[in-house]
Design a protein around this ligand. Structure first.
Ligand code: FES
Length: 224
């Protein structure tokens, strides 16, 4: 018995269930045409093995890991490769808060910080799986609440709901107590060898090159 185009039911049995086709997009590259699988999301994990300057560095107080042994195995175990990709990267930017990862899912960016406990890895993938199953973005579960924050400025759309309170980033400070104003790295003025007194305050730098750039044109690096 034919039940629908090309689908044949076994005699007396239920029609076989069809898997939804994997969505693809046609792209041209180097004069050839390819079909690329369209994903629901991707996780970018900052790793020492890919050139991070802090994440994964035990000597800097971060959880060391071999990407495949921790994140990779958990991702493979979930069998979500065709829906959600995993990539290992170098520095994502907010080194002071590392270990860091950036999740893109259903069009939303979710920043994860302080991933310094191996138990967080399955919890991150549980969160991913819950959003894949729901087909929508969900607020972070309790276990990840302290690890999610909004790094990007909210998009100009009234529907945007932040996942985390903006922890008084604008509490009367421009952040330069701990921020190199040139490269925006976290720098502790108590320990850095590169600092100056400028307009009645101490400004710290991560390296002499940043200090030199600042001194050449301080106003270019100070908030308006
Ligand atoms: S080293 Fe990981 S965010 Fe910079």
């Amino acid at each position: 018995m034919t039940t629908s185009a090309g689908e044949v039911a076994e005699a007396g049995g239920a029609a076989p269930t069809r898997r939804a086709p994997i969505p693809t997009v046609k792209v041209q590259a180097r004069g050839e045409e390819f079909r690329i699988v369209q994903l629901q999301g991707q996780l970018f994990v900052c790793t020492k093995q890919n050139g991070s300057c802090c994440c994964g560095w035990e000597e800097k107080g971060r959880l060391p890991f071999e990407p495949d042994a921790l994140w990779g195995q958990e991702w493979e175990r979930r069998k979500i490769r065709n829906r959600f990709h995993l990539s290992f990267t170098g520095c994502l930017g907010p080194c002071a808060a590392g270990n860091n990862a950036l999740m893109q899912i259903h069009g939303r960016s979710i920043w994860l910080k302080d991933l310094n406990d191996p138990a967080l890895v399955p919890q991150v993938f549980d969160y991913v799986q819950a959003m894949l199953d729901a087909g929508s973005v969900l607020p972070p579960p309790e276990a990840l609440k302290d690890h999610v924050y909004e790094r990007y400025v909210a998009p100009p759309n009234a529907d945007f709901v932040p996942f985390a309170e903006e922890a008084s980033a604008t509490s009367g400070s421009d952040g330069l107590e701990r921020l190199d104003p040139v490269c925006l790295m976290d720098v502790d003025p108590a320990t850095t060898r590169h600092k100056i007194e400028f307009e009645g305050r101490t400004i710290a730098f991560c390296a002499p090159s940043c200090k030199k750039l600042f001194l050449a044109d301080p106003q270019a690096y100070l908030a308006a």
